[in-house]
Design a protein around this ligand. Structure first.
Ligand code: NDP
Length: 291
């Protein structure tokens, strides 16, 4: 199943995320994902595992143009020249000439000029054909509005935290109005499980378990079907082969409108990840090594 981006490029709706997979385990996980059918891999410069992603893609024997590679520029590399160079670092680590989708990982609210300069570098990379599509991640309504006022190319994707406990409806509505695909990170609520902030994990939620029983599938599959049926892209992560396969077996599912509404009712308003508005170079800066 593919989604059409606003520049005509087709992107798989379901991809495989590799955040928190140690570099030494990444190639095996990506190889397994490709083996069971995923054709989109989501990584980031700051995850430290781009090299292993590239290795698994090359070793898979699958033609390069059948795999959609998505990575992100970290805030420490923002600025026009710096971001052009960040592309070179990521492309070299991945071992590719072209990146399918390059995102700004976060807005830098305290230095939005730098964020804009980084985005202008993405526009340049798009124009020169080094990337096939550009976008952003963790951009809130005000960030998107400022970006649109000051740059030319509408982002193709905004990758944000969305799972049954946290919906970001305002950001999603603005994405939709601007023709930006919402791509859900932590789509099955991983962050409600591993963040240790005391929330019940989505996997334990009674409503989700109940729907899973009704449709004879697992909670993760129900959550992923909920995203896809509402037109969102999703990038679940797992290092467990059975789960990697399970999370891809969702294309024959159809939730009822009642089931979708029940999932929509689980919104808590509580973000699992850091508040995007509070991000600074001082607290979150991290040197991204040369290739
Ligand atoms: P997910 O919602 O994908 O959940 C991952 C967690 O759920 C892991 O602990 C995994 O365990 C477990 N899990 C996976 N499948 C199942 C299953 N079928 N049943 C039960 N448990 C399961 O959360 P992530 O936070 O990892 O997000 C996914 C991706 O989103 C990331 O890898 C990254 O690519 C992207 N992301 C982007 C961010 C951004 O700022 N742009 C921030 C966070 C994530 P195990 O691996 O042990 O199987």
């Amino acid at each position: 199943m593919e989604l059409q981006l606003n520049n005509g490029v087709a992107m798989p709706a379901l991809g495989f995320g590799v955040y928190q997979i140690p570099p030494e385990d990444t190639a095996a996980a990506v190889a397994e994902a490709l083996r069971v059918g995923y054709r989109l891999i989501d990584t980031a410069a700051v995850y430290g595992n781009e090299r292993a992603v590239g290795e698994a893609i090359r070793d898979s024997g699958i033609p390069r143009d059948e795999i959609f590679i998505e990575t992100k520029v970290w805030i420490s590399d923002y600025g026009y020249e710096e971001t052009l160079h960040a592309f070179d670092k990521s492309a070299a680590k991945l071992g590719v000439d072209t990146i399918d989708l390059l995102l700004l990982h976060q807005a830098l609210p305290g230095d939005f000029e730098k964020t804009l300069a980084a985005y202008r570098a993405l526009e340049k990379l798009l124009a020169s054909g080094r990337v096939r599509a550009i976008g952003v991640s963790n951009f809130m309504v005000n960030h998107l509005q400022t970006l649109r006022r000051n740059t030319n190319v509408t982002p193709a994707v905004n990758q944000i935290e969305v799972h049954p406990f946290f919906h970001q409806r305002q950001v999603r509505d603005l994405n939709a109005a601007l023709g930006i695909v919402t791509q859900a990170w932590s789509p099955i609520g991983g962050i409600t499980d591993y963040s240790g902030n005391g929330t019940t994990s989505t996997f334990e939620a009674e409503t989700i378990r109940h729907i899973a029983d009704e449709v004879g599938r697992t909670p993760a599959q129900v959550m992923l079907a909920w995203h896809l049926q509402q037109g969102r892209a999703a990038i679940p992560k797992s290092v467990t082969p059975e789960r990697i396969a399970e999370n891809f077996q969702i294309f024959d599912m159809q939730l009822t409108s009642v089931q979708i509404a029940a999932l929509d009712d689980l919104e808590t308003g509580q973000r699992g990840g850091p508040e995007p508005e509070d991000l600074t170079l001082e607290t979150a800066g991290k040197d991204i090594p040369e290739a």
